[in-house]
Design a protein around this ligand. Structure first.
Ligand code: ZN
Length: 245
């Protein structure tokens, strides 16, 4: 049966649970959508079961609403298991199938472990790293039902921790300007009403304070931190260092 390919995506962000992507890079994704790029989100699990939520339908409704607020073009929630997500061959192939179908230029994934939070995040990083590689491998039609190989040009990692001062490894760290989209990011996180009820409003202070700190370190009003898998190169030093706003 012929495959019905959607238009290719510029950027796809991957999270372990609905709300991971919004908390870490919601402002960047909203900005990319404003700039006319085609943006997608993949959640590896539906995040259920979790305290405070009545069930899967509510979580999916929240994640759909958050995606709409961000202005992203597509969101897919895979059926890998929450709380016991493990890097496995089948999980890697499941995500790589989405990459082959959506054909992103850039993939954003979780960076590093999140001590005292879900270990699913670390597993999601490994699954995403592997799926980026699996996406481009030829001579593997039996695993991918004939979906053609697709080479992702660039991979980025986003840190997910809000409550530590760890400096993440990686030489190519940079901050994206989310001055115009921080309110949209906060609104998208608020769409997860079951996850951030009145008793957890401090999360919004953390997110906002971190965005201001990161952004002002790069002379923006607000920002988000990303790490490039490859060293970032510069072809025009003046444009790179003194962009026209
Ligand atoms: Zn999470």
């Amino acid at each position: 049966m012929p495959v019905d390919f959607p238009p290719a995506f510029d950027v796809v962000a991957v999270g372990a649970h609905p709300d991971d992507v919004e908390i870490a890079v919601g402002g960047t994704l909203a900005r990319l959508a404003q700039q006319g790029y085609r943006v997608g989100i993949v959640d590896l699990t539906n995040g259920e079961p979790t305290p405070g939520s009545p069930g899967v339908d509510e979580r999916l409704a929240e994640s759909r609403e958050a995606a709409k607020i961000l202005g992203v073009h597509e969101r897919q929630t895979l059926t890998l298991p929450n709380r016991c997500l493990f890097d496995s061959f089948s999980a890697r192939v499941a995500l790589a199938r989405i990459f082959r179908l959506w054909r992103p230029r850039i993939v954003l994934g979780i960076a590093d472990k999140t001590p005292m939070a879900s270990p699913d995040h670390w597993q999601a990083m490994q699954i995403t790293d592997a799926a980026v590689f699996y996406s481009r491998l030829t001579k593997w039609d039996d695993e991918f039902s004939g979906l053609p190989a697709h080479t992702i040009q660039s991979q980025l990692w986003y840190p997910l921790g809000l409550t530590n001062l760890d400096v993440l490894p990686g030489s190519s760290r940079f901050v994206t300007d989310i001055s115009a989209t921080l309110p949209i990011k906060l609104e998208a996180i608020r769409a997860y009403r079951t996850q951030f009820p009145a008793g957890k409003q401090r999360v919004f202070s953390w997110v906002e304070a971190q965005a201001v700190l990161l952004g002002q370190s790069a002379c923006f009003e607000a920002g988000e931190l990303l790490i490039s898998a490859k060293t970032l190169g510069v072809t025009n030093l003046v444009e790179a260092l003194c962009p026209t706003m």
